[in-house]
Design a protein. Structure first.
Length: 139
């Protein structure tokens, strides 16, 4: 049970859970945008009710009832995917990359201002040289 608790409390699992919840909520927004705004607009452009009813190909089948292939629904799904990708890029990726660059630049500036700290070997060599100078008689 202890291992399971550690697994659940690990940062990556919680981040992933938050991402799934936000993604599911965001999917509803994108679906509404595509189905209520874009599909009717593109359908009006091609004189159809929506993309789902556009570019339907009827294919005869063995059962006698013709099968319908809806290419318009595929186009609607591609548009929806592109919208999600665009929003994720501009709302998440671009700001995070900007903040990373800013933090990296601040870190570089912070390290450039600090004097170099001598290593232990350098300090020991300096102490040895000082002791040697004190112990040698001056002529």
């Amino acid at each position: 049970m202890k291992g399971f608790k550690e697994f659940l409390l690990r940062g990556n699992v919680i981040d992933l859970a938050v991402a799934v919840v936000v993604g599911a909520a965001f999917t509803g927004v994108v679906n509404a945008l595509v189905n209520s705004v874009l599909n009717p607009a593109i359908g009006a452009l091609f004189q159809a009710e929506s993309l789902s009813s556009l570019w339907i190909v009827t294919v005869p089948s063995l059962s006698g009832k013709p099968a319908e292939i809806a290419f318009g629904a595929v186009v609607a799904a591609v548009i929806q995917f592109l919208l999600v990708a665009i929003v994720v890029y501009f709302a998440l990726i671009l700001p995070i990359n900007f903040l990373k660059k800013r933090a990296f630049k601040a870190k570089e500036e912070g390290t450039a201002e600090q004097p170099a700290v001598p290593s232990e070997v350098d300090l020991l060599v300096e102490i040895r040289d000082l002791l040697k100078a004190q112990n040698t008689p001056t002529p």
